[in-house]
Write a protein that binds this ligand. Structure first.
Ligand SMILES: NC(=O)c1ccc[n+]([C@@H]2O[C@H](COP(=O)([O-])OP(=O)(O)OC[C@H]3O[C@@H](n4cnc5c(N)ncnc54)[C@H](OP(=O)(O)O)[C@@H]3O)[C@@H](O)[C@H]2O)c1
Length: 196
């Protein structure tokens, strides 16, 4: 079920067109207590959220930390994977796996901007990268956050959003079922142009 804050509900929410209005967006799934990862992996298996991630980021540049990249079986298909790392090499942009490597968030954004991929440029974790990106005032325009309704043990967290800086403009609820151990809510947060 969709719940909309402060705007009329369109018949079918065209989330890709909505996302494309923004330059840099963040996508994350976190538990009620902020956990996003455990032992280098996700703490849950939630196929609906995975599908939401894949549909949202398809055709776009996706920036991720080296540890998150290493947790994948292979680079995300149909996207430009931009890995933040000071220990990996970009090989002059000619790596055989098609991945680009950037030594800073600014360099990663610059690669995304000239890539010819669709908007937005997504920041997709992990905890280290989310934290640094949120600390850069004005960098991230949109946050798409899945709130997993559970208290989860883990070693990597996503910070609480400051509601003086962020407005929640939309959310969608999903119930637990035989394939989903937890219920969840996908929330869209837009950066306020002027803080209160
Ligand atoms: N629930 C979710 O939505 C979600 C999404 C993504 C990831 N995760 C989870 O998060 C965990 C991984 O997060 P993490 O915090 O441990 O690691 P991470 O953020 O994925 O990667 C950290 C690494 O990124 C590189 N890095 C970070 N900032 C950099 C910068 N400014 N410039 C250059 N390189 C930079 C460094 O690599 P080098 O050491 O090579 O320099 C650093 O060691 C895993 O459990 C993963 O499953 C969860």
């Amino acid at each position: 079920m969709a719940i909309l804050f402060g705007m009329d509900e369109p018949q079918d929410f065209d989330f890709r067109s909505f996302h494309a209005l923004y330059r840099v967006a963040m996508i994350v799934a976190c538990s009620e207590n902020g956990v996003i990862g455990v032992d280098g992996d996700l703490p849950w298996h939630l196929p609906v959220d995975l599908k939401h991630f894949m549909r949202s980021t398809k055709g776009c540049s996706v920036i991720m930390g080296r540890k998150t990249f290493e947790s994948l079986d292979r680079p995300l298909p149909n996207r430009l994977n931009i890995v933040l790392s000071r220990s990996m090499s970009d090989e002059g942009g000619k790596r055989s796996d098609g991945v680009r490597v950037a030594p800073s968030i600014e360099d990663a954004i610059a690669i995304g901007e000239v890539s010819g991929m669709e908007s937005p440029i997504w920041i997709a974790g992990g905890g280290d990268v989310y934290r640094q990106a949120l600390d850069r005032a004005g960098l991230v325009d949109l946050i798409v956050r899945t709130r997993v309704h559970a208290q989860v043990a883990g070693d990597t967290v996503f910070p609480e959003l400051d509601d003086r800086r962020w407005d929640r403009v939309r959310c969608e609820d999903f119930q637990a079922d035989e394939k989903h151990t937890h219920s969840m809510r996908i929330e869209w947060w837009v950066r306020r142009s002027v803080e209160d």
